[in-house]
Design a binder for this molecule. Structure first.
Ligand SMILES: [Zn+2]
Length: 1016
């Protein structure tokens, strides 16, 4: 081969010297030269799965007045250019686009494309449906969206992506590196964006390429080679070749003017040497492309053909068509010892006043919707599996696809245009509607399984209430027809038994609640105040285009007790014919008291409030004798609106902070009852909050309603809340990574470089998906959240969360719209109102993890409710009232969750189990956990258990055998705990702290229709 090359090179030289112009054959064969700088040219197009246009508009090239971008053109022209010349290569990343294109191709072209993939000319990199955001998604969503893409690639091409390619996300999470990288089986990860101070230091230290160890618990087994681009994910200046780009093309035709081969070769060599000077080994990578490029692919390939040819003739450096995989193998072959990186790459600033920490909170209602639907999807798949998946509709596929693209780095991040945000939400709601049918029919199946005739009758029997959060639930608020009762099925998607208060809006105050066994249980009525009703009526009109039929008067609360992965049924009946009735809450208002303080909470947890100001002052837990001073406050940052850098969808640039004092009357109202106490406070005309203390729980729950944020003064505002204790926390706090590992943060400090502080607030903000905590060595304050938010500890003893943002200036990061969300009824629009929850608790140090982890999982997986009006006696006689998928004597340990239970198209079952605790977090739970598969599938026979990698596209053993083992500087650590192989007889899965294990399970169905076991 080598000799052949020399001959052809000679021929080319002859043509060149001869001054003749003929058809040129450029020598672009791939070669790596050990004694030269090798410049790996990686042709790519960064195709956002929605941003300025919707995903389909980007695909088809619609709405081009916003942006001339058509991914269909990219794929058509790239494939054609690759077929023209076998030396050319291309990587493709976003499977949401590729899948759209693939479905439209002929069998003939598909065959050719498969050949391109098999030969390595076309390589899938990353391979999820989208290039997900790293700050705001939950890890379960990241796994699901990656799995969806990887399974497509595996099904159609038999390929397994080897490389992570997160080039654009605005900061990088450790969970991305170790979980979505190393555990998927990637050999490397590449990205572009990092803090400008960090980058400067890494360039001078030559530490842009590192081995990243993303998990404290999983140590060296979580390591991944990680390469950071020296500047951005585009080529060096002067080497971009889209049709309208200004880079000078190589002009090598001597008969034409402006012949410039040597000049351009010199430019190339200079750019390569500059990069080589900040890079270890003699391999450098150029990402040849950027956003939506290669719409006319030949314009790039033509130039690269020539550059490779002439640069290699020149001989000072060696250029080649490459991919990140080829580059990774070259780096590995260099046998270098790499610096170790721990922690993550948050927050990201690209210059002094430009901290990308606003998007941690941007579009908080969309973030809340994505999170709610994420957990609904987990539950819906479990139920779908139990009944048996249908390849025809309805099924959960549409929800899967919608949630997958919602993880894109301009989707759940909140950094897209408004019409695109609406498109994501619409897709999710359509997916939800279909999944809702799956859930309803499965519940009908499971409750009626004593009689298959009943099941036929009862399809469509169950209604669900997706707007329950705004107290809208038609089946529960309807007045019960004479003799009828409301059946409430409560499903628990977690593997352990739960006892939790369920609340539904009702119209009557004469009700009783019966449990699955027909026993009357305690229940509590809480009046629904006007603030909630107004909000409900407005939003129902806005979302559904109609006004509600009823006006519920009360919330009815009762304690549901639900078996693991199962349901219990509760019956709400009229109390007219009984002696008893639900307990009405007592109402207490601060105006009618002379006491200085008032105590809230009927169980161990007590919150003390000062009656004059309505302020929380003390937190007391009588069980563990915690008693601490505590305050809860709200404030806002005014968004900077200067021309140099405004606060916007991406950027948090505060221009002063202002406490929000309650206005006018300091009155507040307390509702008390047997199950819970609630403190209602209208802080001002646009902040309402309810602080809830359940008798049987030791944490407080805060439900907030914020908005419309007033901007009449021309100032955008970012609303925060603070929980403040007197703890001396020494600038230290902890925030989670994608809802999983907690990472230590120190105010005004970075582990990797000497931080120059320019933005003392924005530069100390971090993404929060699960929660945050602070401690003083004696006590720990933990706060948990119901969606992605930004947060910090800007003052010792305090945790701050940003809950809502409304801004009036664009932050010049490309979206070109202001983040000023509104909600409209017809054409009458007002600023968006967000309703959400957070939770707080204090524990003696070392005891906080139990609540953060186990209760945190319960926050992620709220109980799923379904309703049906029925004749009480008929129902009881002919229906299953309680059920668990798993063995009646069994429960998963409280440190383990079933994060995926899904029947695949192949009929296999995908089971993913997660250990929820880190090493050393909790003395009882940070230990090896075990799960007995036989008891998870009690009435089925497990014929085969195959352990897979995280994305389920290869066997775990195969992945481990292939994995590259990188040499790392200063790597020393304790022994890593991971579960052992699953014995085929015992079928017990072990999980070490923070371990997630994925299995394909072949089941033989022993149970038949109509023989579903009931659980009591
Ligand atoms: Zn992007």
């Amino acid at each position: 081969m080598k000799r052949l090359f020399n001959v052809s090179a000679l021929l080319v030289l002859l043509w060149f010297w001869g001054g003749e112009c003929k058809y040129m054959v450029y020598d672009t064969s791939e070669r790596i030269l050990a004694d030269k700088i090798n410049v790996h040219l990686v042709p790519h197009s960064h195709d956002d799965v929605g941003w300025l246009k919707t995903v389909d508009q980007y695909y088809t090239g619609a709405n081009n007045s916003i942006r001339g971008a058509c991914v269909q053109n990219v794929l058509d022209s790239v494939i054609s250019a690759l077929l023209d010349d076998k030396n050319r290569k291309f990587i493709y990343v976003e499977i949401a686009f590729f899948q759209r294109w693939w479905n439209q191709q002929s069998e003939l072209l598909k065959t050719k494309v498969k050949e391109l993939v098999n030969s390595g000319q076309l390589e899938f990199i990353n391979g999820g449906m989208c290039m997900h955001d790293e700050a705001t998604p939950h890890y379960i969503d990241l796994i699901d969206q990656t799995t969806l893409g990887h399974m497509f690639i595996h099904r159609e091409f038999g390929q397994k992506p080897r490389v992570g390619w997160q080039i654009d996300p605005f900061g990088h999470s450790s969970v991305q590196a170790y979980l979505l990288g190393a555990e998927v089986g990637f050999d490397s990860l590449f990205f572009a964006r990092m803090d400008y101070q960090d980058r400067a230091k890494r360039k001078s230290d030559k530490t842009l390429e590192v081995v990243w160890q993303g998990s404290r618990s999983l140590g060296s087994s979580s390591q991944l080679f990680t390469g950071i681009f020296p500047r951005h994910y585009d080529p060096p200046d002067g080497f971009t070749f889209e049709i309208n780009d200004v880079s000078p093309p190589i002009q090598d035709d001597v008969l034409l003017f402006d012949y410039n081969v040597q000049d351009r070769v010199n430019d190339f060599v200079a750019a390569a040497m500059a990069q080589a000077n900040v890079t270890r080994t003699n391999h450098i990578m150029w990402a040849m492309g950027t956003d939506f490029r290669y719409q006319y692919a030949l314009s790039w390939f033509r130039q690269m053909d020539k550059f490779i040819h002439y640069v290699n003739l020149d001989g000072r450096v060696n250029a080649l068509y490459s991919t990140p995989s080829i580059y990774t193998d070259a780096k590995y072959a260099a046998n270098e010892t790499w610096p170790l990186k721990t922690g993550d790459f948050f927050p990201y600033a690209d210059k002094e006043n430009t901290y990308w920490t606003g998007y941690f909170t941007s579009r908080p209602t969309f973030k809340g919707y994505v999170r709610t639907m994420s957990s609904y999807y987990v539950a819906a798949r479990q139920l779908e599996f139990y009944k048996g998946r249908s390849s025809s509709r309805p099924n959960t596929d549409a929800l899967a696809n919608a949630l997958a693209i919602a993880q894109h780095h301009d989707a759940v991040s909140g950094t897209q245009r408004q019409h695109v945000a609406a498109d994501y939400a619409m897709r999710i709601s359509m997916g939800y509607a279909e999944a809702e049918e799956v859930v309803a029919s499965t519940l009908a199946f499971l409750t009626t399984s004593k009689s298959s005739a009943n099941y036929e009758k009862s399809v469509g029997m169950f209604q669900q209430c997706p707007l329950l959060n705004i107290s809208y639930c038609p089946p529960s608020e309807a007045v019960l027809a004479n003799g009828k009762s409301l059946v409430v099925v409560v499903y628990n998607s977690l593997g352990w038994k739960r006892e939790e208060v369920v609340r539904v809006p009702v119209s009557s105050n004469e009700l009783i609640v019966l449990d699955s066994g027909g026993r009357e249980i305690e229940s509590q009525l809480l009046p629904i105040f006007n603030a909630s009703l107004n909000m409900r009526n407005y939003h129902v009109k806005a979302y559904l285009g109609k006004s509600p039929n009823n006006t519920p008067q009360y919330w009815l609360g009762f304690t549901a007790s639900i078996p693991p992965l199962g349901f219990s049924t509760y019956i709400i009946s009229s109390a007219k014919h009984t002696d008893t009735s639900s307990t009405m809450s007592t109402v207490w208002t601060s105006e009618t008291t002379s006491d200085k303080t008032v105590v809230v909470g009927g169980g161990d947890l007590k919150l003390l409030y000062a009656t004059d100001e309505g302020k929380l002052t003390r937190y007391i837990n009588n069980r563990n004798l915690v008693e601490e001073s505590m305050e809860h406050s709200y404030s806002y940052y005014s968004g900077y609106n200067g021309t140099d850098q405004a606060s916007g969808a991406y950027i948090f640039r505060p221009n002063g902070t202002f406490p929000i004092k309650s206005e006018g009357e300091k009155a507040f109202t307390i509702l008390r009852g047997p199950l819970m106490d609630e403190v209602h406070q209208q802080l001002n005309s646009w902040i309402y909050q309810v602080t809830r203390v359940y008798k049987e729980k030791e944490h407080a729950e805060v439900e907030f309603i914020i908005g419309p944020i007033p901007v009449d003064d021309g100032v955008g505002k970012e609303i925060t809340t603070q929980i403040t204790t007197a703890f001396k926390t020494n600038k230290t706090f902890y925030t989670d990574s994608n809802g999983r590992d907690f990472i230590k943060r120190v105010r005004d400090f970075r582990t990797d470089w000497d931080l120059q502080v320019n933005q003392p607030v924005a530069g100390n903000y971090y993404p929060i998906n699960l929660g945050a905590y602070v401690g003083d060595g004696r006590m720990e304050l933990s706060v948990l959240v119901d969606r992605a938010v930004g947060g910090s500890s800007l003052v010792d003893g305090q945790i701050e969360l940003m809950l809502h943002r409304r801004l009036l200036y664009d932050d010049s990061k490309g979206v070109g719209e202001v983040l000023n969300e509104t909600i409209c009824v017809l054409n009458d629009c007002k600023g968006l109102v967000v309703q959400g929850k957070f939770y707080f608790r204090i524990d003696p140090v070392g005891n906080g993890a139990k609540w953060r982890r186990t209760y945190g999982q319960e926050i992620y997986s709220p109980l799923l409710l379904a309703f049906s009006e029925q004749d009480e006696n008929d129902w009881k006689n002919s229906h299953v009232s309680s059920f668990s998928m798993i063995d009646a004597s069994y429960s998963l340990p409280n440190n383990t969750a079933v994060i995926t239970l899904q029947e695949l198209e192949s009929g296999k079952v995908l089971l993913r189990l997660a250990h929820l605790y880190e090493v050393g977090e909790d003395k009882d739970y940070s230990v090896m956990a075990t799960v007995e598969l036989k008891k998870l599938f009690p009435n089925r026979k497990i014929s085969k258990v195959t352990e897979m990698n995280l994305s389920g596209n290869q066997e775990r053993g195969e992945m481990e055998r292939k994995r590259l083992a990188w040499k790392v500087k200063d790597s020393s650590e304790a022994k890593i705990v991971r579960g052992g192989a699953v014995d085929s007889e015992k079928q017990v899965v072990e999980l070490g702290p923070m371990e997630i294990r994925t299995f394909f399970i072949d089941l033989d169905y022993l149970g038949m229709f109509g023989s579903v076991p009931s659980y009591e």
